[in-house]
Design a binder for this molecule. Structure first.
Ligand code: HEM
Length: 385
């Protein structure tokens, strides 16, 4: 079975259902990895740091120098420092700018009776927000997008082969370019502090310790990719969910107060991040199988979120779902740092976008999946208004 074929990536859920029911822990020989399809198993891999490491070096592979790939004790320390700069207050203050940007983008949607929701709205909105947070001027946004695409393609390294080699080469190139760019910005903030994220990162301090330039660079890289692609897919996936479930769109129109729950349901139903990466530190017994030490493990979030052991009627898209214990943002110490920003963006973007779309339908039957393999969402999505 080719997990990476566009057909399966568009709709992996029936495959997940079959595998979860038959063998929730599966060895994938093509990329020498162990996939975990059930909720309990995936959650265990996310939280049991004694047995599952976030560092890909544990599985004799490499990874960029980012917090997401660190283990305790360094990860909580770094997260504490970054948390000083990336505060809930700083995120909440972005609301007026998100609203302004959303209206600006929708104002440009032409009168030709259709709209590419991804290209015209879901991609630029989170991208511009992150670029502005970092301090990248508008003229350089296309460059910024190229960096993000190159970083995301690193997920191709999982399958080895030619696309992996190209992805690593592209990333090395981009890393040098991005490093020089961000270093100059950091230097600017050190000499002329501003009221922005980058300045706060240079000033953050816990127990007399500050972030090194390397750590700030790593966080900026992580922000560039984690901050735009995921939220962009959340917005586009919401449109997909509503196009496929017009009764739920009507329900939302009748009860707009369901918006917060609807966003959580999109996160569960079409999780933007379908899997994350872990590596076994020792032999691990799970569901009657032994995952040997030093192996790549993929907790399959997109499948866990449809596990009938935990979620009632998991293949129903129900915008009033309660409770909704999805793990789309991960779980435990690596729980998504950007979740509040993403939820804020979606809570402003979706009402705006749905109001603009009115009654709509998909213009094409099949959409092309995003290029990063672990990400779920359309590369473009044309809507007939
Ligand atoms: C719908 C949107 C998003 C989804 C589905 C998502 C998903 C995730 C997941 C699953 C993890 C855990 C990874 C792991 O355990 O290995 C994570 C971590 C992270 N996310 Fe997000 N994310 C989203 C948006 C964002 C945004 C907007 C930002 C930044 C602005 C962001 C920044 C991060 C960071 C920095 C981490 C690492 C946290 C750590 O290692 O302690 N994410 N995200």
């Amino acid at each position: 079975m080719d997990f990476f074929s566009p057909e399966i990536r568009r709709n992996p859920f029936p495959v997940y259902d079959r595998l979860r029911a038959a063998a929730p822990v599966l060895y994938e020989p093509n990329f020498d990895a162990w996939m975990i399809f059930d909720y309990a198993g995936a959650k265990q891999a996310l939280t049991d740091h004694d047995r599952f490491s976030s560092s890909m070096f544990t599985a004799s592979r490499g990874n960029p120098d980012w917090m997401i790939f660190l283990d305790p004790p360094r990860q909580p320390k770094l997260r504490g420092l970054i948390g000083r700069a990336f505060t809930p207050k700083a995120i909440a203050e972005l609301a007026p700018r998100i609203r302004e940007l959303s209206r600006e983008l929708l104002g440009k949607v032409g009168g030709c009776g259709q709209m590419d929701v991804v290209r015209e709205y879901a991609t630029p909105l989170p991208m511009i927000m992150i670029a502005e947070m970092i301090g990248v001027p508008a003229a350089e946004w296309p460059l910024f997008r190229r960096w993000s695409d190159a970083i995301l393609k690193l997920s191709h390294t999982i399958s080895a082969g030619a696309s992996a080699t190209t992805a690593v080469a592209e990333y090395s190139l981009v890393k040098t370019e991005m490093g020089a760019y961000a270093r100059a910005l950091i230097e600017e903030r050190r000499t002329a502090p501003r009221d922005d994220l980058l300045t706060r990162l240079t000033q953050a301090e816990v127990d007399g310790e500050r972030l090194t330039e390397q750590e700030i660079l790593g966080f900026v890289e992580l922000l560039i990719v984690a901050g735009q692609e995921t939220t962009s897919n959340l917005i586009a996936n919401a449109v997909l969910c509503f196009a496929e479930n017009p009764d739920q769109l009507q329900r939302l129109a009748d009860s707009p107060e369901l918006m917060t729950k609807a966003i959580e349901e999109v996160l569960r139903f079409r999780s933007p991040v379908q899997w994350v990466f872990r590596a076994t530190r020792c032999d691990v017994e799970m569901h009657g199988r032994t995952i040997p030490a030093g192996k790549l493990v993929l907790p399959m979030i997109g499948s866990a979120n449809r596990d009938p052991q935990v979620i009632t009627e998991p293949n129903e898209f129900d915008i009033g779902r309660e409770p909704n214990p999805h793990i789309a943002f991960g779980h435990g110490i690596h729980f998504c740092l950007g979740a509040p920003l993403s939820r804020l963006e979606a809570s402003i973007a979706l009402p705006d976008l749905l109001a603009r779309l009115g009654r709509f339908e998909l213009a094409e039957e099949q959409w092309q999946p995003r290029s990063a393999l672990h990400v779920h969402g359309p590369d473009s999505l044309t809507i007939r208004l």
